[in-house]
Design a protein around this ligand. Structure first.
Ligand SMILES: NC(=O)c1ccc[n+]([C@@H]2O[C@H](COP(=O)([O-])OP(=O)(O)OC[C@H]3O[C@@H](n4cnc5c(N)ncnc54)[C@H](O)[C@@H]3O)[C@@H](O)[C@H]2O)c1
Length: 257
């Protein structure tokens, strides 16, 4: 308990899955959490944190909107005067063979998964620097480390998040602003995002069967597996870690057994 006590955190895409679990875990560990999402049910996650004795509020935010980032971060500055943790988590999976994707599909994928991380990082850094530091955690994917069929646009977006994180980590380190930037690369985690993925022929999208077959540890992950890493990277326990890519995939990208 209290591993991020006194810190102010902003978690995007916090109405569901990994973002929801991360916000709840940060709240449990003592952070004041601002949850945002395009889905109003993010309010339920904020209420859950408050019910457990934590501090949290929910705000609607479309992470692709530059103006909305200014409103969200401006509101945090007014209310708390600081921002210590940013979890750029909101994301979608645009799936399909590359020849079946429209240019609009491609742009929507990059806008939600990559533009958002740029906009969020740029909006948050000045406030983090005022507080002499912070931790930015960008949720990439193992699809940002290697290719996956029917996920070309998604892979491109997650690869971009991986190297954007490293470049900004070095910029922050160079000016000794106390801000660390890391990416997390989840494998197969049981969340609603899988409903957006088009399965291959003869391959039902059954996460249990898929994990039993492909994941060395034999099982799918749950959002808490990622939330635990978010708390670690958000806390001072990880003070010497920046520009790192943390893979949480049950051994999936390590090799086969
Ligand atoms: N679940 C997995 O197996 C897995 C694996 C690797 C990476 N990821 C990444 O984890 C992150 C979270 O995904 P999840 O699995 O929890 O899926 P999810 O669908 O449960 O949650 C994604 C959330 O992002 C929100 N969102 C979508 N577009 C938005 C926008 N424009 N503005 C604000 N919020 C928006 C959604 O409303 C939703 O609440 C994503 O970046 C995803 O790519 C997930």
């Amino acid at each position: 308990m209290g591993r991020v006590a006194g810190k102010v955190a902003l978690v995007t895409g916090a109405a569901s899955g990994i973002g929801r679990a991360s916000a709840i875990a940060l709240g449990r560990e003592g952070a004041c959490v601002v949850l945002t999402d395009v889905q109003a049910k993010g309010e339920e996650a904020a209420a859950e944190i408050r019910k457990a004795g934590g501090k949290a509020r929910f705000q609607m935010q479309d992470v692709t909107s530059e103006g909305e980032w200014a409103v969200v971060v401006g509101g945090i500055e007014k209310e708390f005067g600081r921002l210590d943790i940013l979890v750029n988590n909101a994301g979608i999976a645009v799936s399909g063979m590359v020849t079946d994707l429209t240019f609009d599909d491609w742009k929507r994928q990059q806008s939600v998964n990559v533009d958002s991380v740029f906009l969020g990082t740029r909006a948050a850094l000045p406030l983090m620097r005022k507080g002499k530091g912070g931790s930015i955690i960008n949720i990439s994917s193992i699809a940002g480390l290697r290719g996956a069929p029917r996920l070309s646009a998604y892979c491109a977006s997650k690869g971009a998040v991986r190297l954007f994180s490293k470049a900004v980590a070095l910029e922050c380190a160079a000016i000794k602003d106390g801000v660390r930037v890391n990416s997390i690369h989840p494998g197969i985690i049981d969340t609603p995002i899988w409903g957006q993925v088009v399965p291959g022929t003869n391959e039902p999208l059954d996460l249990d069967a898929m994990s039993a077959f492909r994941v060395p540890l034999g099982v799918k992950g749950v959002p808490a597996d990622i939330a635990n890493a978010v708390v670690f990277l958000a806390s001072d326990e990880s003070r010497y870690i920046t520009g790192e890519e943390m893979v949480i995939d049950g051994g999936l990208t390590v090799g086969s057994i």
